[in-house]
Design a protein around this ligand. Structure first.
Ligand SMILES: C[S@@+](CC[C@H](N)C(=O)[O-])C[C@H]1O[C@@H](n2cnc3c(N)ncnc32)[C@H](O)[C@@H]1O
Length: 360
């Protein structure tokens, strides 16, 4: 660092790969809302997909308030070090590096745990990483390992040959923010729902929003918090999903503004008047776990036609699309909706694109 440069605090966020720029943009807004200078934020592309590494002159404690208010991320981290784990003895290398690093969080022998995310082919497991790191830290700080009652969570993540060591500043993932009675495997993460609403510029002037494939209602839960005046409409053809969605909305205090019906999205236009909605935001089945027999072009063409009818002019459709070619073709053939933005995002090892369209 140059002698005249102010000291910088390093902070990192984890998110879904593809959303890194959106995270940096959201954090700039959060800094401004906390009277912290957003222009001094330094955002460098991280070597880990889904990590957003940032530097700012404010102290860590000061940055943690806006950081913990983030909606587009999973976790907030204090990065400690990043290095290559190469050679025949990667675990010995890890041990040696950890002996050189400082963890002031453990100075008073606070109970801790080590977690790790490992991506790629390795001769060691995640459990090996945790075991080696745990042993070094017990030895150095006389701190006990406590997997449940921990005060400090150290992360040792390895992607390929790259290893990142960090202190996790969030206990539960910030994206796991809803108390869900029903949480199906196909549920969208709340931070991706946030990204859909944000990329779609679905603003506070929204009066009515619809998710016709609402599942457990993640989009509606997120919309309920972000759009205080909006009525929240949901549909799903599965009775269990409808019951779960209603309970989730009730738990969030949103039942008064929400209407969730058991309905087939293919008959959408019969349920609502023309031009009724300001926004339709949804992730329809990808055809992986459910709906394996989907023919994508007619599926998307039907979705576009029906949404085009129930959206008002200038209204937004935001949809997670797994088959981009079929969707683009359907947009061309159906007409009436203009593509405003496309952003690919990784969710559960799939790479759907968030399409934002505007009704003409
Ligand atoms: C990918 S999931 C949506 C997950 C949801 N965003 C959440 O967070 O839980 C797709 C949902 O569409 C529903 N679905 C599939 N085909 C449908 C149809 N024709 N009409 C209505 N719902 C349908 C499924 O029951 C499922 O709940």
């Amino acid at each position: 660092m140059h002698a005249s440069e102010p000291p910088q605090t390093e902070l990192a966020f984890t998110t879904n790969p593809g959303l890194e720029d959106l995270v940096a943009a959201e954090f700039r807004e959060r800094l401004a809302a906390h009277d912290l200078e957003p222009t001094t934020l330094d955002h460098r592309p991280a070597r880990f997909p889904g990590w957003v590494n940032l530097r700012h002159p404010a102290a860590l404690e000061t940055l943690l308030a806006p950081a913990r208010a983030m909606r587009s991320v999973h976790h907030v981290l204090r990065p400690v070090a990043a290095f290559e784990l190469e050679g025949d003895r990667p675990l010995e290398l890890l041990e040696a590096r950890l002996r050189e690093l400082d963890f002031p969080e453990l100075a008073d022998a606070a109970p801790f745990r080590v977690t790790s995310e490992r991506l790629g082919e390795h001769t060691f497991t995640s459990h090996d990483l945790q075991r080696v790191a745990g042993a070094v830290l017990v030895d150095r700080y006389a701190a006990p390992v406590d997997l449940k009652g921990y005060a400090v969570n150290i992360r040792v993540d390895v992607h390929g040959t790259r290893c990142a060591v960090a202190v996790q500043c969030t206990r539960k993932a910030l994206s796991n923010r809803y108390r869900r009675a029903d949480n199906p495997r196909v549920a969208l993460r709340a931070n991706v729902a946030y990204a859909c609403l944000r990329l779609g510029a679905v603003g506070r002037d929204t009066r009515r929003i619809l998710d016709p494939y609402c599942g457990s209602a993640t989009v509606l839960l997120e919309a309920g918090e972000l759009l205080p005046g909006a009525e929240l409409y949901g549909g799903d053809w599965n009775a269990r999903s409808v019951a779960g969605a209603r309970r989730n909305l009730e738990n969030a205090g949103l039942a008064g503004r929400a209407r969730v019906e058991q309905a087939d999205a293919r008959h959408l236009a019969e349920h609502y008047p023309e031009g009724f909605f300001d926004a339709v935001v949804t992730n329809p089945p990808y055809g992986m776990r459910i709906g394996k027999d989907i023919q994508f072009f007619p599926f998307y063409a039907g979705l576009l036609r029906r949404t085009g009818t129930v959206l008002r002019a200038g209204g937004r459709l935001v949809v997670l699309v797994r088959k981009r070619g079929a969707f683009n073709e359907a947009v061309k053939q159906v007409g009436g909706l203009r593509i405003r933005h496309i952003q690919v995002v990784e969710t559960s090892n799939l790479y759907p694109a968030i399409f934002v369209l505007e009704k003409q």
